[in-house]
Design a protein around this ligand. Structure first.
Ligand code: ZN
Ligand code: ZN
Length: 386
């Protein structure tokens, strides 16, 4: 494509991105964002634009030629409940909500790719542009799947991307196999008998038991899982109903566990139940464990990873393309799609100086827009080659 066209598209994507940034919406509330996306897709002349897929999701369909293969390109649209610290003229106008994960950039890049592919074609088959809601909750992809995404808009494979702070702009990374972790949440409730702070022996208070339990939970990863398995068990909250001079009769321990294989997630839950019951028994209190699976692990299909690297060579300088050395212990709702069709998820640099994702000073780097849109276009043309 011509250099000039890309410059014009960059200006357009930057305007879209900043408009979306100024109007962030929390998961399943992306009404304005979805309407914005659907309006642009209709302007580009797509064959079909479906709104309200899985709540606020949008699916655009573009067909060229007679090929019967279909690929999906996916972006996420939701923002976070974080108060933005920024002096930018396009800073959040929605108090307490901000695009702190760059989903405004992901949406703008996929719109740019849709515009390019609708205008210039260069492929034979069907491209589905999937704009999903509620990625941060880990609920949006399932909502679209439950709404018949695969039956109504079938596709053979799916690609997605995320910006990555710390990686220079214009750099590309991915890896075959595990790339993002599962996320499980847990809550352990200890129940005893609270009482006077001066008379601990006359009740069964729960705070000392809770402290022992927090320590004992550290042995799941260090002593119960294979050193070859990557896992994290983090206790993030300890809440009691105690007060200055009253021992608590109730303690709640909350936390988050990450892993890359369902067997490891199952082992973490099993060990947590054993340790919670054993510790509770030792302190003469009762334990209840609530364990939930929020995100499934994301595994990249090896063949599609090769395809992604080949497409990246059309977009990125050869020295700026790398195999990610290790999987990340963060989670991605994209994994739900990959439970059904082969998929590949890739990372694009957001700049070395970029604040981290989910930080109140974070901002998507507009210099990355052309790279992301061009990667989407390159992978579509390669997988649906004429
Ligand atoms: Zn995020
Ligand atoms: Zn994100």
């Amino acid at each position: 494509m011509a250099e000039l066209d890309l410059e014009a598209l960059k200006r357009e994507m930057t305007a879209w991105r900043r408009d979306l940034h100024a109007h962030p919406e929390f998961g399943f509330e992306e009404k304005r964002t979805a309407a914005f996306v659907a309006a642009r897709l209709r302007e580009f002349g797509l064959d079909d634009v479906a709104e309200g897929v899985g709540g606020t999701g949008v699916v655009g369909t573009l067909k060229r030629g007679s090929g019967n293969r279909a690929i999906a390109l996916r972006a996420d649209m939701d923002a976070l409940r974080i108060s933005e610290q920024s002096a930018a003229p396009y800073r959040s106008g929605n108090p307490g909500v901000m695009h702190a994960c760059g989903h405004d950039g992901h949406t703008a890049m996929l719109l740019g790719a849709a515009k390019l592919l609708a205008g210039e074609g260069g492929f034979d088959g069907t491209v589905r542009f999937i704009f999903q809601p509620a990625e941060e909750w880990g609920k949006g992809a399932l909502a679209m799947l439950d709404d018949g995404l695969l039956q109504r808009f079938p596709f053979d494979e799916i690609f997605g991307l995320h910006n990555l702070p710390g990686l220079p702009v214009g750099h590309f990374e991915t890896r075959a196999g595990p790339i993002m972790s599962a996320e499980d949440n847990f809550e352990i409730v200890l129940r005893g008998l609270g009482g006077h702070a001066a008379r601990p022996h006359s009740g069964n208070e729960t705070l000392v038991a809770a402290c022992a339990l927090v320590t004992n939970l550290q042995t799941i990863v260090s002593r119960r899982l294979s050193p070859a398995d990557i896992a994290v068990v983090s206790v993030t909250e300890l809440i009691t109903d105690g007060t200055r001079n009253a021992l608590p009769g109730l303690a709640r321990i909350l936390g988050d566990a990450r892993s890359f294989r369902p067997e490891v997630s199952a082992a973490i839950e099993r060990q947590m139940r054993v340790i919670a019951e054993g510790t509770a028994a030792a302190y003469n209190v009762a334990a209840e464990v609530n364990y939930s699976r929020e995100f499934v692990p994301l595994r990249n299909d090896a063949e599609l990873v090769e395809a992604a690297f080949a497409a990246a060579r059309n977009v990125f300088e050869p020295g700026n393309i790398a195999v990610a050395r290790e999987p990340m212990t963060a989670s991605e709702d994209f994994a739900r799609f990959v439970d059904h069709v082969p998929g590949c998820f890739v990372f694009l640099g957001n700049g070395v100086a970029s604040p981290p994702l989910h930080n109140s000073s974070y901002d998507f780097n507009d210099d990355g827009l052309v790279f992301g849109a061009s990667f989407h276009v390159a992978i579509a043309r390669q997988r649906l080659a004429i």
